[in-house]
Design a protein around this ligand. Structure first.
Ligand SMILES: NC(=O)c1ccc[n+]([C@@H]2O[C@H](COP(=O)([O-])OP(=O)(O)OC[C@H]3O[C@@H](n4cnc5c(N)ncnc54)[C@H](OP(=O)(O)O)[C@@H]3O)[C@@H](O)[C@H]2O)c1
Length: 263
């Protein structure tokens, strides 16, 4: 894992129309990177580009509107970086969705949908981007997981499964990519102030532990960019998230006991 300059980097960010992805694009642009931003919401993406131009009126930002599970959309985003910026140095797999509800009442299609967006699209995008990344300057893959990729919680089994899968895949891939000089940063946020819980595909408004305020999204974005810069393996940007991971390592039965109230 190596240190890198953010200025001049050519970065593809998925799920950049709102939340963490949008804040990340703004922070990258502030520090002199060029970005291809991808998401389904055209209007929301335009607002994200506006936000980038607020911090740098000359910002080089290209837009790809589409679903990250669509291979043509992913390939168009890679192509856009190559044709507009002359190459690709970083892929940020940030697009993600959640769902809320008990396993016994769940529809299997929901698990498949969430795995497609949160896991398979990220795996496929990395595979498709590898040839461009190999030609990139100090290349890096950034996978946005979650603290729920370290510790499963009740009523979010689809989401937890997808984030554990992404974590396992990332650990395996990091070692393989090291030989090629490509870094892999895992980002495992805890609750962050974004519309994430309003966008869940099932069970909106039903999330009992989401009463408190999350970490400000700009703070998470700054930590992500610092993690890319410093060549970190993984960052857990929220204090409570770090606490949960530690508690689960040392006293998992107490964490089970605490989470029972949400089951
Ligand atoms: N907020 C939290 O507390 C938290 C905690 C841990 C981890 N995370 C992770 O952080 C990442 C970003 O989430 P967020 O909190 O910023 O939530 P968010 O504001 O809802 O952002 C999700 C982003 O993903 C995009 N997206 C969703 N489905 C997509 C699809 N099929 N194709 C393309 N883009 C898609 C959305 O854009 P469109 O709807 O316009 O397509 C949006 O830009 C996710 O991977 C999430 O799991 C969030």
């Amino acid at each position: 894992m190596s240190k890198r300059e953010i200025a001049g980097m050519r970065v593809l960010v998925t799920g950049a129309s709102t939340g963490i992805g949008r804040a990340l694009a703004v922070e990258l642009v502030r520090q002199g990177a060029c970005c291809v931003v991808l998401a389904r919401g055209e209007e929301r993406l335009s607002e994200a580009v506006e936000a980038c131009r607020t911090v740098d009126p000359e910002a080089r930002v290209e837009v790809i509107v589409g679903d990250v599970t669509d291979v043509a959309v992913r390939k168009a985003a890679i192509e856009k970086a190559v044709t507009s910026f002359g190459g690709l140095d970083a892929v940020v797999n940030n697009a993600g969705v959640g769902s809320f509800g008990r396993f016994a009442d769940a529809k299997p299609e929901r698990l498949r949908h969430i795995m497609e967006v949160n896991f398979f699209a990220a795996v496929d995008l990395i595979h498709e981007a590898l040839p461009a990344l190999r030609q990139g300057k100090n290349p890096i893959v950034v996978n946005v997981g979650s603290i729920l990729g370290h510790r499963g919680i009740p009523r979010m089994y689809e989401y937890c499964s997808s984030k554990f899968a992404l974590q396992g895949f990332s650990q395996s891939l990091r070692v393989e990519l090291q030989a090629e000089g490509i870094d892999l940063l895992m980002v495992s946020p805890g609750t962050t102030e974004t519309p994430f819980y309003d966008n869940v595909v099932h069970g909106r408004g039903n999330v009992p532990w989401n009463k408190g305020k999350g970490t400000p999204v700009e703070k998470v974005a700054k930590k992500m960019v610092a993690g890319m810069q410093q060549g970190r393996r993984e960052i857990v940007p929220n204090f409570l998230g770090q606490w949960l991971i530690r508690a689960n390592r040392h006293v998992p039965h107490l964490v089970d006991w605490y989470l029972q109230r949400f089951a």
